[in-house]
Write a protein that binds this ligand. Structure first.
Ligand SMILES: *[C@@H]1O[C@H](CO)[C@@H](O)[C@H](O)[C@H]1NC(C)=O
Ligand SMILES: *[C@@H]1O[C@H](CO)[C@@H](O)[C@H](O)[C@H]1NC(C)=O
Ligand SMILES: *[C@@H]1O[C@H](CO)[C@@H](O)[C@H](O)[C@H]1NC(C)=O
Ligand SMILES: *[C@@H]1O[C@H](CO)[C@@H](O)[C@H](O)[C@H]1NC(C)=O
Ligand SMILES: *[C@@H]1O[C@H](CO)[C@@H](O)[C@H](O)[C@H]1NC(C)=O
Ligand SMILES: *[C@@H]1O[C@H](CO)[C@@H](O)[C@H](O)[C@H]1NC(C)=O
Ligand SMILES: *[C@@H]1O[C@H](CO)[C@@H](O)[C@H](O)[C@H]1NC(C)=O
Ligand SMILES: *[C@@H]1O[C@H](CO)[C@@H](O)[C@H](O)[C@H]1NC(C)=O
Ligand SMILES: *[C@@H]1O[C@H](CO)[C@@H](O)[C@H](O)[C@H]1NC(C)=O
Ligand SMILES: *[C@@H]1O[C@H](CO)[C@@H](O)[C@H](O)[C@H]1NC(C)=O
Ligand SMILES: *[C@@H]1O[C@H](CO)[C@@H](O)[C@H](O)[C@H]1NC(C)=O
Ligand SMILES: *[C@@H]1O[C@H](CO)[C@@H](O)[C@H](O)[C@H]1NC(C)=O
Length: 652
């Protein structure tokens, strides 16, 4: 009878948390007759508030441990004592930028430096800070990182390193997703068969699909290697039932995507910015001002009331799909086409192909039906474009130029004191970050969507380059008294840019495969980049990070700053100086306020994955391949997808 047990558990699992169909297709479930699926974004959700109580109890201890270690050398450590006895515990958040696999891998090295589970992190890193953090936001490649750690039972980068070469190794991207079987073409074909079947099943269940579904499915095999079919039935809301999350033993993960208005391709700082968290999906922006229960996405509802009483849909919030949504960067290819050096003949062909994609809305993630249909919370004077639309269209979270997911973390309601901004963007023409994402969020606060956000003063691109503010960690907004012109006191920003330590970590955003040793080098460089080279460049850096964490609460409580912090702030705070020279380095493309995805041709590895794509013989009918999802024709999808990536990587 023993064999019954696992079967029973499996069934229970499927019913409780996974997609009700235990596949990629969403399914009908019953829900309360009087259920309301939306709420106004007037504060934190009751569920987040309840969760925070548990997390706060955990971080109260964990952050204390980190700070006690980091301030051990201080002549006077009474600040920590005083804050803790007044129960004024700083709230820490971390934000991981986009930038494809570069951002995922370099970001992994960075997060490992904060994680006390990483070998050496407490001796020569910032180990324990992650345990003391409350929020963890990711965008695009950064969300691949956050999502795959969080939805794998809060695993660690150390565990990834320890399982290298094993079947359950996370992020085995030795082969690109286009050609996952490497030289084994049959294995690639069968993977693409599964993907095609999954997306088709969703379509057959009555939901619109797009290339973003294919993208999310394909990526998921790298993120959930232990789950059957890359976790085709694994849902985002499943995390609510995971003990490690329920007990507040991990930070609160947030994914970010941009809304695109129907009929337009423009995404800018006026776009509505969406967040996905384990409970909800929605936007704080005045142009939506609402959240919906993420578990019941796919339900046909009006102002949050299901059209069929007592019936909801579940399983739409597939984890791979949500992770893919944050990184649907296809339409950037189209918008940037004219600025590249591609010959006009090729531009024509590629342009047609991509235009078809875009006209068919194939390049964006389709959330249909729109969960916010006819909701009533849009503030007056803002367009009702989103709530009037049948579908919700979401694209890569970095397309508005904000490639670091700050916006969910600077909401006043979340009461964050310090944000560690891990920037693996490609801002310069050599694919290094240089503060452009900070500038965008800074500007957003003064725009139409910015009425409820605040972000500290930051300098321009030239200053970032000329003053070396992208070469080592820099603190922004060190003095709350200098932010009084803003709508409230924003968190202090600890900016940690990707920079070269032991490895050239400025790989292309579109590099689609990394060997095992390249992955290790990216991890190592990331660790070193955020620790001032394992504290060898500055042995007091860990203490300075402690000062940044303590700063806002110290200020608001009128407490005394330890004298060591004064020196730290001199060393690490941006001093307000603006450089008036033009930087010698240029931005990746003419920066116009909304750039983030950058095309590239220089990568040898990229070229090899392109070769794989084009050798599968595919000058066939590119236009047709893009038109609509073909029934049971995985080859066609394989071809369309491979050509798209191949063109992007190889030709631009
Ligand atoms: C779910 O319910 C809707 C509306 O009641 C119905 O049209 C649809 O066929 C159902 N789907 C499944 C898979 O039963
Ligand atoms: C990491 O920190 C947490 C919270 O303080 C603690 O419970 C755990 O034992 C630490 N783990 C290691 C390996 O030090
Ligand atoms: C820095 O520390 C990390 C993690 O312990 C380690 O992998 C790396 O080799 C160290 N770097 C140097 C230069 O010692
Ligand atoms: C999740 O991780 C914890 C701690 O490492 C472990 O005790 C637990 O069994 C894991 N749960 C699952 C479902 O793998
Ligand atoms: C945003 O909208 C405002 C007012 O509608 C407009 O003045 C501004 O130019 C827009 N900004 C961008 C970046 O499109
Ligand atoms: C919030 O928590 C309540 C009570 O536990 C639960 O019924 C509800 O489904 C949760 N809502 C969300 C959005 O998680
Ligand atoms: C690119 O340029 C062509 C001709 O100069 C123009 O027709 C087309 O609209 C442009 N495409 C984009 C996406 O700007
Ligand atoms: C809405 O716009 C009108 C005209 O532009 C303006 O007078 C009014 O103050 C605005 N209302 C709000 C709440 O912003
Ligand atoms: C404390 O000071 C000693 C000696 O100056 C130094 O070796 C050590 O790294 C310092 N520890 C911290 C946490 O700064
Ligand atoms: C800190 O000082 C300011 C100005 O002196 C005062 O308004 C504020 O209430 C004080 N805050 C605390 C927590 O004592
Ligand atoms: C804060 O304001 C003071 C006084 O205006 C100024 O001297 C100082 O440089 C400012 N600090 C920063 C970091 O901008
Ligand atoms: C740049 O700043 C320096 C010192 O503030 C000043 O002397 C110089 O004239 C400025 N140059 C330009 C081009 O504004």
């Amino acid at each position: 009878m023993l064999w019954l047990v696992p079967l029973f558990l499996l069934a229970l699992r499927a019913v409780q948390a996974w997609s009700p169909t235990d596949s990629y297709a969403p399914g009908n479930v019953s829900c309360a007759d009087d259920i309301s699926l939306v709420r106004e974004a007037s504060g934190l959700s009751p569920n987040e508030t309840a969760w925070l109580e548990k997390r706060d109890a955990y971080t109260k201890q964990a952050l204390r441990e980190f700070l006690d270690g980091a301030t051990a050398n201080f002549s006077n450590s009474s600040l920590v004592d005083s804050l803790w006895s007044a129960d004024k515990i700083p709230r820490v958040a971390m934000a991981f930028s986009g930038g494809g696999y570069r951002a995922m891998l370099s970001g992994a090295g960075m997060i490992s430096a904060f994680d006390n589970r990483t070998n050496g992190s407490t001796e020569h890193g910032l180990g324990g800070l992650l345990q003391g953090a409350t929020y963890l936001a990711g965008l695009s490649g950064g969300n691949w990182l956050v999502g795959s750690l969080a939805w794998n039972n809060w695993t660690s980068v150390q565990h990834v390193i320890d399982t290298r070469g094993k079947d359950d190794e996370l992020w085995d991207i030795s082969n690109s997703i286009v050609n996952p079987g490497g030289i084994n073409i049959l294995s690639s074909a069968s993977r693409w068969d599964q993907i095609s079947d999954a997306v088709e099943a969703k379509q057959d269940a009555g939901f619109n699909t797009s290339l973003a579904d294919v993208w999310g499915r394909a990526l998921a095999y790298n993120f959930f290697p232990t789950l059957s079919k890359g976790g085709d039935g694994y849902t985002w809301s499943t995390l609510r039932d995971a003990d490690v999350f329920k007990n507040g033993e991990m930070p609160f993960p947030i994914s970010v995507a941009d809304g695109r208005y129907p009929g337009t391709q423009i995404v800018d700082l006026n776009s509505t910015l969406f967040e996905f968290n384990p409970f909800e999906m929605g936007s704080w922006d005045p142009s939506l001002n609402a959240f919906t229960d993420v578990k019941y996405l796919g339900t046909n509802a009006r102002n949050g009331t299901p059209v069929t009483k007592g019936q909801c849909v579940a399983g739409f919030d597939n984890t791979g799909f949500v992770i893919g949504t944050s990184s649907t960067l296809f339409n950037q290819f189209l918008l940037q086409l004219n600025t590249t050096s591609v010959s006009s003949f090729l531009k024509g062909i590629i342009g047609d192909f991509l235009k078809d994609l875009s006209e068919d809305y194939d390049d964006i993630a389709i959330y249909n039906p729109n969960p916010f249909r006819e909701t009533e919370f849009v503030e007056s004077n803002y367009t009702k474009g989103i709530v009037n639309s049948e579908n919700l269209f979401l694209v890569d979270g970095g397309e508005d130029g904000e490639n670091i997911p700050f916006v969910p973390l600077i909401q006043k309601e979340r009461d964050v004191d310090v944000i560690f901004a891990l920037d693996n963007s490609a801002d310069t023409d050599e694919y290094w970050p240089a503060g452009l994402s900070l500038i965008s969020t800074y500007e957003r606060q003064f725009g139409a969507q910015g009425k409820d956000i605040a972000f500290p003063y930051v300098p321009d691109f030239d200053t970032f380059i000329n003053e070396g503010l992208n070469q080592k960690p820099v603190f922004f907004g060190c003095d709350a008294s200098n932010t009084t012109g803003l709508s409230y006191t924003p968190p202090l920003i600890v900016y940690m840019p990707n920079n070269r330590q032991s490895y050239n970590s400025n790989t292309s955003t579109f590099k689609m495969s990394y060997s095992s040793s390249q992955r290790m080098k990216m991890f190592q460089n990331g660790f070193e980049a955020v620790t001032r080279n394992n504290l060898t460049d500055d042995s007091s850096f860990r203490g300075c990070v402690a000062c940044a964490v303590l700063r806002r609460k110290q200020e608001s409580q009128n407490m005394t700053l330890p004298q060591e912090c004064a020196k730290c702030f001199q060393d690490y705070c941006w001093n307000g100086k603006i450089s008036n020279k033009t930087a010698k380095v240029s931005t990746i493309e003419n920066y116009s306020g909304s750039i983030s995805f950058i095309t590239d041709s220089a990568s040898a590895d990229a070229a090899s994955s392109t070769a794989a794509a084009s050798s599968s013989g595919t000058s066939t009918s590119k236009k047709n391949a893009a038109a609509s999802l073909p029934s049971s024709n995985s080859l066609k999808w394989y071809v369309a997808f491979a050509s798209l990536l191949g063109m992007a990587i190889g030709l631009m």
